[in-house]
Design a binder for this molecule. Sequence first.
Ligand SMILES: Nc1nc2c(ncn2[C@@H]2O[C@H](COP(=O)(O)OP(=O)(O)OP(=O)(O)O)[C@@H](O)[C@H]2O)c(=O)[nH]1
Ligand SMILES: [Mg+2]
Ligand SMILES: [Zn+2]
Length: 285
Amino acid sequence: MTKARIVKGVGGNYVILVDGELLQGRLRGKLRKTKIRPSVGDYVELSVDPEGNSMIEKILPRKNALLRPVIANVDCAIIVFALKSPDPHLNLLDRFLVMSAVRGIDAIICLNKGDLVSDEETEKMADIYRQAGYQVLVTSAKSETGIVKLREVLRDRISVFAGPSGVGKSSLLNAVQEGLALRTGEVSEKTQRGKHTTRHTELLLLNGGGAVADTPGFSALDLADLDSHDIQMGYPEMVALAGACRFNDCLHRTEPGCAVRGAIDPVRYGNYLLLLDETMNKRRY
Ligand SMILES: Nc1nc2c(ncn2[C@@H]2O[C@H](COP(=O)(O)OP(=O)(O)OP(=O)(O)O)[C@@H](O)[C@H]2O)c(=O)[nH]1
Ligand SMILES: [Mg+2]
Ligand SMILES: [Zn+2]
């Protein structure tokens, strides 16, 4: 048995990294009946039969996992949004931040397509999230700004790129490392949406050390399984102020003596209320 890591999986065929070498493998029949599906990033035990076919025998315990995108055992999520084309959907960005925090994955925000908006607009957006306590990178895959910094952030750790279709995830990775030649697709003029060019998650090894997963974009993230405490984990700036609220179980909605309401960015606060409502409504039924 060899310890190995899944870097790609399509239709029951897996690409597995073993001692710096890539092998093709399949899943042992008995594992197909269990609930846990192997995902990219999983460490697995592998056997190789006399004909040289690799079989995944066992999925090793995960440090963490995301369902959107599907990935296991990452240190860091780079949450990529475009400053324009498609316009940033900030409710979705906050959802990613909540989910990363709940799953114990460091989140870094990457605002791409900086070439399409004024520096002033870019800084305004970046500031909101920096004030909230997040690291924010501003990039342009087109004019190659911010790429050196992005490379630095990716070095020596396992990261995943997550974000809507068309924001430039694959384009950025192509800029980060020559030779990756990931497919990219245009954004529809009419709908201002990406065309779901990346179809499968793939863990890419970086020359400087570390690995990063390129993933398919998506436009929704369900937080139905979370509770109000989970939602607050995506709002560190709120948690920092909550000690001064009159009630220690303050949800920062209409409670008297709330130190949070009115003190944080209004767009962030509005999204917090929406996400909170979603979890509370669900629990009433
Ligand atoms: N102006 C500008 N265009 C960019 C930039 N980055 C990417 N694009 C363009 O945006 C479009 C989408 O880029 P992709 O890299 O395919 O986006 P993606 O996030 O990988 O999309 P999916 O694979 O569908 O999830 C392409 O036409 C890119 O050329 C940028 O920084 N500036
Ligand atoms: Mg892509
Ligand atoms: Zn409060």
